[in-house]
Structures are given as structure tokens and as C-alpha cells.
Design a binder for this molecule. Structure first.
Ligand code: SIN
Length: 294
């Protein structure tokens, strides 16, 4: 049996990294391995070059950044997300809506809520999303519930046994944009140009160069080098590993006027729907990414 020192070493690498101090913002980590609250930035104003530089460093280090008490118009929201890249158009946007703003709402009439399960946004795209910025404007009545969970996918990979990591390194998987529809017993609308892309199971993050596990239940159809039964079993094991390893996770408790920015390569997220029949709403902007390689 492999010893588990690699798990401790992976945690040690993250938990003993020297805390970087910034000139223009202050960070309070959510956990030693994932997420940070950021104070000192007013996102309704254009960021200075130094603020942008520090924001990008903080984003690469913590992967999930939480900004409280922000008064943001849609234009402010898009300008802020645009600091990290081009904005990604919303699939199947209504003609009279902003093509880059996805309205998020769940209430007493909802029978399902998008994002209520571990996933990353846009992994079936040939160039998967760099990140998303979600601004919540209404939290469930009473102020509790509707949290979003995040999982560190670098660490999810690093803590697997060396033998399993070596096996996964050589694999690829088909990501299918129709799968969320077919899993729900639906057919994608004919006007939806369904994205389908074979991605490495383990990719190198385009900015930090570190490996991460890149499969998620809603979009990953199967591992192309394995039989269906083998692929289903291996994917189920990896999804259970992500969901059932709490030290991979951080949890964001929303307040009204909170914006959270996350990296869709290095984290997965899960929007917990525990507040029915109350209302939660906000708007999300996604940022274009690049082709991912192993
Ligand atoms: C999403 O899956 O992008 C939505 C996340 C959330 O509502 O917290």
C-alpha cells in the first residue's frame, strides 16, 4: 500500500506558503488552502494598474475571492470581470437581455436550480472558461442558506496516490454541453450550438502551470480510453473524492451586494439549494479562457 505522506506534503505546500502582503488590498483567507475575503477595493471604480496586478496575484494564489458591500451596476460588474479577460457570451441569451449577464434566480416556483451540484462552468467549450464573477443581490429570507461551496482541484489531484495520478495523467475525457439537458430528461433547444470537446483528465493551469483534476459530473461524458463501465466507475470515484474530502473545500456565505470571483479551472463549485421556498437572486458574468493542455 502506498504511504500517505504525499497528502501531508501537498497540504504542507499550501499551508506553509509565506503570506504575501499587498499595498492596495487586504486578504483574509477563508481556509489555508482555498478562498479569501478581499477588502480595500471598490469594484464600482476602475482599478489602478497596481490594484489589477495585486488582484491577479491574489486570484492565482487563492482561486476564490470574496468582495463584500459592493454597489455595482451591470456595467461595473462587466468592467471588473473584464480585467481578467474577454467576457464570454451567455448561451441562449434572450434577445432583450445583456448578452454577457446571466440572471440567476430561485424562488417558490423553482423545481430545480442550476449549479446545485459540483461542477465547473463551461468545460465543454474548446476554450473553457477562465472564471466567473457572481454578484448576489437577494439572499434567502432570514439571511441564511444559499451558500456556495468551492473545491480546490489542484489539491484534489495532489492528494491522490502517486500511482493513480500517473494513470490519470495519460487520460482524456469527452465533455458534452448536451449532458446537463439529457441528464434531466430534456433535449437541448435546436438553436443551441452544443459544445463538445475532448479535454485532458489532468490539465496544467495555463497561468500557474500546476496540474489539476479536470472532470465534473454535469459535463464529463466519459473517459475516451476506457470502457463505459470502467469510465463510469473511475469518474464516480473521482467525484466522490471531490465531494467527500472536506479539506478541499471552502464555503461562501452570501450577503446582499457580495461579489465572488472564482477560477473555473482550479476550482469546482456547488450552489446549495437549501432555502426553498425563499428567493435568492443575482447575476453572473463569465470570462473567456484558453485551450487546456496536459
Ligand atoms: C453557478 O453555478 O455558476 C451559480 C453559483 C451560485 O449560484 O452560487
Amino acid at each position: 500500500m502506498e504511504n500517505e505522506n504525499h497528502v501531508l506534503r501537498a497540504l504542507e505546500r499550501l499551508t506553509t506558503r509565506p503570506a504575501r502582503s499587498y499595498d492596495t488590498l487586504t486578504l483574509t483567507p477563508l481556509t489555508p488552502v482555498l478562498g479569501a475575503e478581499v477588502t480595500g477595493l471598490d469594484l464600482s471604480r476602475e482599478l489602478t494598474p497596481q490594484q489589477e496586478k495585486e488582484l491577479k496575484h491574489a486570484f492565482q494564489t487563492h482561486h476564490v475571492l470574496v468582495f463584500r458591500d459592493q454597489d455595482l451596476t451591470c456595467e461595473d460588474h462587466k468592467r471588473f470581470a473584464g480585467v481578467l479577460g474577454e467576457l464570454h457570451p451567455v448561451a441562449l441569451a434572450a434577445e432583450d437581455s445583456d448578452p454577457h449577464i446571466l440572471e440567476i434566480r430561485a424562488d417558490k416556483d423553482s423545481t430545480a436550480v442550476a449549479g446545485n451540484g459540483w461542477h465547473s462552468d463551461g468545460t465543454a467549450d474548446a476554450e473553457p472558461s477562465l472564471g466567473s464573477a457572481l454578484y448576489i443581490t437577494t439572499v434567502p429570507e432570514g439571511g441564511s442558506g444559499g451558500d456556495t461551496l468551492f473545491a480546490n482541484m489542484h489539491l484534489a489531484y495532489d492528494v491522490l496516490s502517486p500511482t493513480l495520478r500517473g494513470f490519470l495523467d495519460g487520460l482524456s475525457a469527452l465533455h458534452d454541453g448536451a449532458k446537463p439537458w439529457t441528464d434531466a430528461g430534456l433535449t437541448p433547444p435546436p438553436e443551441y450550438d452544443v459544445p463538445r470537446t475532448v479535454q485532458p483528465v489532468v490539465v496544467r493551469h495555463p497561468e500557474n502551470g500546476r496540474k489539476l483534476l479536470f472532470v465534473n459530473a454535469p459535463y464529463t461524458s466519459h473517459i475516451t480510453q476506457l470502457s463505459r463501465a470502467e469510465s463510469d466507475a473511475l469518474l464516480a470515484m473521482l467525484y466522490a473524492h471531490v465531494a467527500q474530502t472536506p479539506f478541499l473545500h471552502c464555503r461562501v456565505r452570501w450577503q446582499e451586494r457580495t461579489l465572488v470571483l472564482w477560477d473555473n479551472r482550479s476550482v469546482q463549485h456547488h450552489a446549495v439549494w437549501d432555502y426553498f421556498p425563499h428567493t435568492r437572486e443575482g447575476r453572473r458574468v463569465a470570462i473567456d479562457g484558453s485551450r487546456l493542455r496536459s
